[in-house]
Design a protein around this ligand. Structure first.
Ligand code: GCU
Length: 331
């Protein structure tokens, strides 16, 4: 009898403990985060870190599920979903964002930033805050991510600007990008990131342009074996949240919005560290796998800068003032 009673007591205890754990673990809100990069890419790793921070700092009230590898759709599609509230968070390249918010075109001007330090000097200060604050409509800008410098890579080797003439180069889906590459003499075609590999394989394009981790992670490096290190632009990225998610979070507790913002900034810093390591590693891997990296001379880069200079002369006076501010931060 005593044994039966003890057994019953143990079962009651076990049941109430399980209930408590279940209660504690049940989030009040489950949100979705999209990234078009693979799961082990620096940005998706930082997204998971963000999710972990939010879970901890919200006491388990908010859960963020991270979907990498474009599982929620292409970058353009996910952006549209974020804008109407179908997806709650995403990490977006300025090259994609500026097609929707032309104010961001300034940040994709060629040779705007002289180095990574220069870019972070800008993004960590007032100018960075100003750009994040532009995203205050259907989506909200939270923090900056690094995406290094972009260079051209091709199936056939190019050594100079004259070799680029007439080559078909894939650009991101925005007209400014196309204008830049047209000034460089390339023929351009706008294709989603996820389709570049197959277009390279079919040789419908001669090459594309991106940073080293993207070049390696996507397998583009298996087909386009030649990198011309022109570093024509540094294109930062933004973690953003839909207004709908912001309102749902505020309904639980307004204070949680600070938790989200702080976690996004912390995840951005984490990504920046990962990026530094990953960019170097991707470059080393490219070289060790037999890709040929061409380092152009100073004079050659000056020719590239001259070719794209009309884009600066055509700026509005307002945009010129922002560019001057950015250039003044190059210390
Ligand atoms: C980078 C960026 C992606 C973007 C891609 C592109 O890899 O991280 O978000 O989609 O460039 O060239 O489209």
């Amino acid at each position: 009898m005593k044994k039966v009673l003890l057994c019953l007591l143990a079962m009651v205890l076990l049941f109430s403990c399980a209930k408590k754990t279940a209660e504690k673990e049940e989030p009040l809100l489950v949100l979705r985060y999209g990234d078009n990069q693979p799961d082990y890419y620096p940005t998706t790793r930082a997204a998971r870190y963000f999710s972990q921070l939010v879970e901890e700092k919200s006491g388990g009230r908010i859960e963020i599920e991270v979907y990498g590898d474009g599982r929620l759709g292409s970058e353009n599609d996910v952006f549209r979903m974020v804008e109407y509230g179908g997806v709650d968070f995403m990490r977006i390249s300025i090259g994609t964002l500026s097609a929707f918010y032309p104010e961001f075109q300034i940040l994709q001007l060629p040779y705007l930033f002289s180095s990574s330090e220069h870019m972070w000097n800008v993004l960590d200060g007032d100018v960075g805050e100003y750009f994040l604050s532009i995203l205050d409509g259907d989506s909200i800008g939270l923090s900056w991510f690094d995406a290094g410098a972009r260079s051209i890579y091709t199936i056939e080797k190019i050594d100079t600007l004259s070799d680029l003439q007439g080559k078909i180069i894939r650009t991101q889906e925005n007209d400014k990008m196309e204008e830049i590459f047209s000034l460089l003499g390339a023929s351009t075609i706008q294709i989603p990131y996820g389709s570049v590999y197959s277009e390279l394989m079919k040789k419908t394009i001669d090459g594309a342009e991106n940073n080293f981790p993207s070049y390696m992670y996507t397998g583009h490096s298996d087909v386009a074996r030649f990198v011309f290190l022109d570093e024509h632009m540094r294109l930062p990225e933004i973690m953003m949240m839909s207004r709908k998610a912001m309102e749902e979070i505020a309904e639980i507790d307004e204070g949680l919005l600070d938790v989200i913002k702080e976690a996004a900034i912390e995840a951005g810093r984490f990504e920046r560290e990962l990026w530094r390591e990953e960019e170097e590693k991707a470059k080393r891997d490219a070289l060790s796998s037999g890709c040929i990296v061409t380092y152009p001379s100073y004079e050659e880069i000056e020719r590239w800068k001259d070719a794209v200079s009309p884009i600066y002369s055509d700026l509005s006076s307002e945009n010129k003032a922002i560019v001057d501010k950015i250039r003044a931060l190059d210390k």
